[in-house]
Design a protein around this ligand. Sequence first.
Ligand SMILES: *Cc1c(COP(=O)(O)O)cnc(C)c1O
Length: 368
Amino acid sequence: MRNASLIIHRDNFLYNLGETRRLAGPGIKISAAVKANAYGHGALAIARAAEKGGADFLGVASPAEGVELRAGGIQMPILLYGLCLPQDAGVLAQNDISAAAAGGEDIAAFEKAAGRLGKKARLHLKIDTGMGRVGCRPQDAAALAWRITKSPHLVLEGVFTHFPSSDEKDPSCTQNQIGLFSRTLESLRSGGIDPGIVHASNSGALMQYPAARFSMVRPGIILYGYYPSAEVPRLFAAKPVMELRAPVLFVKAVEAGTSVSYNRTWTARQKTFIATLGVGYADGYPRFLSNKGRVLIHGESHPLVGRLSMDQTMVDLGPETRVRPGEEAVLFGPDPAGPDAEEIARIGGTIPYEITCNISLRVPRAIK
Ligand SMILES: *Cc1c(COP(=O)(O)O)cnc(C)c1O
């Protein structure tokens, strides 16, 4: 009935979350990033696992992602990491979703919406200490925090910043940011403002900068079993959560000189068996793997041959095979014998985040 499918290894997610908690240390809250459909893994299932695993917050990227979790019955705190448009302040307050704010206009929109609903909107003031994306200037933070604190419709639930280079070896940028953020917090506190939950660390910073843990950490990729880069120290053996599988649909013998797939980029040098798998780039299996990737069948590695197409991918089984239609190939996952999303990312010159995020919605996700 089905072609490519995903198995989501919940135990591995819970293991990574447990190790993250151990690394963060006692009393430090955890905000698990479940944005982008939980990096492609399925937001609702991962949110439930995070709730079970004792995460304190869930991080989303848009109001719609937060509302989807609430509609799915998630009751734990949710934080919108990015900014929203003023017209979305109401839906966030209505759904008890905490939100980032970075300027007077955001604050005014939340104040108005929360006042209208008779609710208190919970805000996290975002300070730009060097990311250069969103956030207020450090010198404006105290005045903005004060505005939130003194509003009857708003709560300053937290203050945060974000690191662009915490996954790099050179610590200078991140250390400067930690210093600037700490001084900014000091200016808030000396002005009588309680910053609430203070947070800065993504997965890279969690691995490299104990001084950046403050009162909460915001891991993402590490919970899904991958490291943010090759440069960060691997402080625990993270276990991949996502496994992509596809059925063998067809097995054929080809003679030397036979070409395979579009543009005939591969030709058999000797007699061999070719399997056609029910997976392609429309499933989010990257086309750059053509003639470069590999899959596991019966625990053995087989190379991809020819162009990977929209819905089908061919592998070379060799001159003798016992592989039959209906059997399954593992395209990537936690099995150490096979490829993982990091190996695939390396081939494509990208990061594992992009590999898991891009698995398309037509691929069913089964939680295991
Ligand atoms: C996505 C995100 C994170 C998590 O980043 P990872 O590199 O996946 O750990 C943390 N903070 C913010 C603001 C984010 O947008």
